[in-house]
Design a protein around this ligand. Sequence first.
Ligand code: C5P
Length: 404
Amino acid sequence: MYQLTGKRILLGVTGGIAAYKAAILLRQLRQHGAEVRVVMTHNACEFITPLTMQALSGKLVHTKLLDLETESAMSHIELARWPDLVLIAPSSANFIARYSNGFAEDLLSTLCLATSSPVMLAPAMNQQMWQNPVTQENLKKLRTRGIIIIGPAKGDQACGENGLGRMLEPEEVLTLAAKSFETNILSGSRLLITAGPTREAIDPVRYISNHSSGRMGYAVAMAGIEAGAEVSLISGPVNLSAPSRAKLINVISTAEMHFAVMQEVSSTDIFISTAAVADYSLQNIAYKKIKKSSDTYELSLKKNPDILAEVAALDSPPFTVGFAAETENLELNAQAKLRSKRLDMIAANQVGQGLGFDSEMNALTVFWGTGKKQMQKASKTRLARILITLIADRYNEKNINKTH
Ligand code: C5P
């Protein structure tokens, strides 16, 4: 079975008798590790109550475009940025018509316009409505825009007719939703990723570190696995569970991270350095707890090895990707690092204002050679997936050029 652990799924429910299947689907998505937020149209609420969906999702259900209560918890634009996948099941003929024509008169259609996440629809309707050329034209429009349409299935319908139009069963929707995360664009490649902070000991009880949560690196590792790569994850101390298919190497200090990277790098095709590596460590670590005595205390620090720069300077380096967390002059500083460290690519992010370190959301600008791609504020899982796609494109292009 494909994994959904940590995936954020916005489940849209539209009006139709198959709405009851959405409740089963919601339970199954959560059982497989997904975080689910539910948006229901007005008609959906006639078939199944928001209370049922609220109890099953453990989250406030969104039903109105401008609702004071839900807007204050999460605005509709925040909601559009939140998911890794928008899954609309069941999707009625009416919703398909509205969506394909760009209407934004209710919350669900507005979200579909405002989101940059992939959208998957599981249609459910009477077989005549399905066959109607207008519905088929609407679906064609959506397909050409990259919307994934799953089903419908053939069989007995609630209206007493028989034919194409039944929503796929929840298990089938679940499998297809999970499968949509598996891209295989890096199939057969070996990825080495560093993540989290490093800690530099001062004495047996104290250390210097930073606010990195490791979320970005762990999301990149997961996206790498979903892209079909073999992933080794070298992680500083974090409170996250590693993707089960990654080889996890835990480290504490920069020296340990440096050692682990150098051990692994020769069997690596792509190195992604997301770790917030401490730039300095103690000149001398006290072997006993330092006692408080004078009013001021000075620590003497020495510069740590720059792991990323060292990897990029190897005789035959892997495709090397760095990260740059900046509080000012984002582009200038990132471009300077790309060149000085001789990287293939750098992902830069502004730190602060709820973004970057210790946050679930991020916004990245990626630079390479003469290229640049700006990624708007989104979940780290979503950004990681876009980043892995960019890396795969550049990596494959570089390999093709090498062989010609
Ligand atoms: O120079 P700066 O620390 O801003 O560069 C950030 C990038 O370099 C990140 O990708 C980080 O993982 C990496 N780095 C490293 N070793 C260090 C410092 C940073 O690999 N000692």
